[in-house]
Design a protein around this ligand. Structure first.
Ligand code: PGA
Length: 256
């Protein structure tokens, strides 16, 4: 399969930004600016309380809404958590799992990332699974080992048919929110590695069809070059997704 036949996805990760009323305005503006840009799927992953107004504002547009985390149990005594069924009922279509900020600050491990991914997929959500090395790992020359291991552990036990609704976001942790971007060649090298690991775990067909995003200080200035790489099928965008005009320019860069 050629790169052109894979689904390109440009997803925003708003993190802990935007109140519900601000979300409504930002989604509407993003939808307006990206209308008719069918060369990629446009997704905004918003805070839990923003999902319902965001879904309302996105109705009838090409913008899809996602969450930023999900719990792995169906229901029960898990104060502060949100289940996959709850997300589905709000109209969320996607969920980010395993973001490095959750791994760094909230004790997320490959085991819990795997459990959340499995629960989300079984419920019918599409998962944007984030992984990537930290600076020390890159400097020690073990990026390949770390990323291969994360890919295998995070996907453990996920049946082949559910891989259709998995997106992997390669996010080198040293590039997130730092203004440092992986070079297009660094991004390509690791995205290609992830595709190879998925081919070994499943088969070539699944690996070739998989959307692999790059994330980490992607912006309207560097997106086109990153997205031109053969194994980079989109972006997961933090800071630049908060400004609809900037985010729309990244969507434009994905139209080629
Ligand atoms: P950034 O964030 O674009 O602000 O670096 C990316 C992410 O955390 O997904």
């Amino acid at each position: 399969m050629k790169k052109e036949s894979r689904k390109v996805i440009i997803a925003g990760n708003w993190k802990m930004n935007m109140t519900p009323s601000a979300a409504k305005t930002a989604v509407a503006r993003t939808a307006e600016l990206t209308a008719g840009k069918d060369g990629c799927e446009v997704v905004l992953c918003v805070p839990f309380v923003d999902i319902i107004p965001a879904v309302e504002a996105a109705r009838g547009t090409n913008v899809k809404i996602g969450a930023q985390n999900v719990h792995f149990e169906e229901k029960g005594a898990f104060t502060g958590e949100i289940s996959a069924d709850m997300l589905l009922e709000t109209g969320a279509e996607y969920v980010i799992v395993g973001h490095s900020e959750r791994r760094q600050y909230f004790g997320e491990t490959d085991e819990t990332v795997n459990k959340r991914t499995r629960a989300a997929l079984s419920a019918g959500l599409k998962v944007i699974l984030c992984l990537g090395e930290v600076l020390g790992e890159r400097q020690s020359g073990i990026t390949e080992e770390i990323v291969s291991m994360q890919t295998k552990l995070d996907l453990a036990g996920i049946p082949a048919e559910q891989m259709k609704t998995v997106v992997i976001a390669y996010e080198p942790v040293w590039a997130i929110g730092t203004g440092l971007t992986a070079t297009p060649d660094q991004a390509e090298e690791v995205c290609a590695l992830i595709r190879k690991v998925v081919a070994d775990l499943y088969c070539d067909e699944i690996a070739e069809a998989l959307t692999i995003q790059y994330g980490g200080s992607m912006n309207d200035g560097n997106a086109a070059e990153l997205l031109s790489k053969i194994d980079v099928d989109g972006g997961l965008i933090g800071g630049a997704s908060l400004v609809p005009e900037k985010f729309a320019k990244i969507v434009d860069a994905a139209q080629a």
